[in-house]
Design a protein around this ligand. Structure first.
Ligand code: SF4
Length: 456
């Protein structure tokens, strides 16, 4: 039997891809292991969104060399975003890497590639060590060398862990046409392409039948979804998903403000039993000057109008956002405008980062005069303020009874549940509550967690 290990960096799209690959390999009879030292095949699913993430991947690949010493047939494969545009460099730089498969390449081909590699490992493992040494020679396989395979891998994966909530991450589209000036995704994942509505619906139905309670629809730009056959848009897709029978929740990430339309919010309100009242609405900056430099194609005024739509149609919605601090040209005034939006919207959660220039992007050529310590200080102040806002926002739940989905037991002995708005809730209870919806009375609130007791 072939043992495999997958290391995943980056976003939920990568988590979904890794899970799908894992399911595929398990269907081939392979066993997923938790430690690299037990693996015959190591896959590294990479993320290129920040330079730091890239450095981490390279040093991790280097560290894997030690496992090759005692297991010469060990196969290491690099997949995902970095693999899309650093293929040659990775193969030249790391002797231990056997294949590189980019995120833009056809996942059907990855299936065939993995199939061939598994057969190869099984063959080598069955040989004596002398025969193994004779047989093993370095060979770089690429996706384009592999024949087509018609099995479905691209839609993502179902996480079926007995002691955790059953989650399904389903890719509804891939790639992006937006070319935000700071972002490498259009270069690593290619142009936007939506998957078939029928295939997505079949996948949701299947995963619900397998017990999935928590479905996340994924894409770089989910609200630009268009069914290739019928042209059905994102709100139609949500409606069809919500009409599937069963006891489950649906969330989606990430939408783009430029594609936000009221019909999506109306469908969310209409099917509020299934469609979570949770919107991740990426702002990036509160300054129109910076938004324009980022090529985000919306203004702060438009963004705030959309927040009003959300509040009007989904009054209890949880709203989170992304913010980039220190984009080239950001002055103290621009920064202050971002803080002003934070103050007026009162997000439930903010993912904030310092701008990191990425090779090949337009913004990498922009002049950046702001010193790093100024950027760090801005980030620190913004994050400190957001901690207080999160606390205020979470306080509104105290005394209320809310529906939660129980995810898993934490090391501190508590059960971790989440509201439909993705807010963590700590409760006491037995393991049989895991993967169940419960009603929880909220007794206390902090910036990160709510604390409560199960009522039903
Ligand atoms: S919308 Fe912008 S930030 Fe998001 S993936 Fe596309 S280019 Fe990148």
């Amino acid at each position: 039997m072939v043992n495999f290990f997958i290391k995943t960096y980056g976003c939920q799209a990568n988590v979904a891809d890794s899970q799908a690959i894992s399911n595929y390999l398990q269907n081939l009879g392979c066993c997923r292991v938790e430690k690299e030292k037990h693996a015959d095949l190591i896959l590294i699913n990479t993320c290129a969104i920040r330079e730091k993430a890239e450095q981490k991947v390279f040093s991790y690949i280097g560290e894997l060399a030690e496992f090759k010493v005692n297991k010469k047939y060990l196969q290491v494969g690099v997949i995902g975003c970095i693999a899309s545009y650093r293929k040659k460099e990775i193969l030249n730089r790391f002797d231990n890497v056997r294949f590189v498969f980019g995120a833009k390449e056809d996942l059907y081909k990855l299936q065939s590639l993995l199939h061939d590699i598994i057969l190869k490992i099984e063959t080598i493992k069955s040989l004596s060590s002398r025969e193994q040494n004779l047989l093993i020679k370095r060979k770089s396989l690429t996706g384009s060398q592999i024949a087509d395979d018609k099995k479905i891998l691209h839609l993502g994966g179902f996480k079926n862990h007995t002691k955790e909530v059953k989650q399904s991450f389903i890719n509804i589209m891939t790639g992006c046409n937006n070319y935000c000036s700071y972002c490498i995704v259009p270069f690593t994942r290619g142009r936007e392409s939506s998957y078939s509505l029928d295939e997505i619906l079949d996948r949701v139905k299947r995963d619900v039948e397998l017990g999935a309670k928590d479905i996340t629809l994924l894409g770089q730009n989910v609200n630009s979804y268009k069914d290739p056959q019928s042209n059905a848009n994102f709100s139609k897709l949500l409606e069809k998903v919500a009409q599937i029978k069963g006891d489950f929740w649906v969330k989606f990430v990430s939408p783009h403000p430029k594609d936000m339309t009221k019909d999506v919010l109306e469908i969310m309100a209409q099917y509020s039993d299934k469609l979570c009242s949770y919107i991740h609405h990426p702002l990036q900056s509160g300054s129109n000057k910076i938004l324009q430099a980022m090529n985000r194609t919306y203004t702060v005024e438009k963004y705030l109008e959309q927040i009003d739509w959300i509040r009007e149609l989904l009054p209890n919605a949880t709203i989170s956002t992304d913010i980039i601090i220190g984009f080239p040209g950001e002055t103290e005034i621009d920064y202050q405008k971002t803080v002003d939006v934070l103050e007026s919207v009162k997000f439930d959660n903010v993912y904030s980062f310092i701008y990191s220039p990425r090779k090949y992007t337009k913004a990498a050529l922009f002049k950046d005069k702001c010193p790093i310590d100024v950027k760090l200080e801005r980030l620190k102040k913004l994050q400190q303020r957001q901690v207080d806002i999160c606390k205020e926002q979470n306080n509104r739940y105290v005394g209320k009874i809310i529906k939660c989905l129980v995810e898993k037991r934490l090391t501190n002995g508590k059960l971790l549940a989440r509201t439909e708005g993705n807010i963590r809730v700590l409760i006491s209870g037995n393991d049989d509550k895991i993967n169940k919806f419960v009603q929880v009375k909220i007794e206390n609130a902090g910036a990160v967690n709510l604390i409560g007791s199960i009522i039903v």
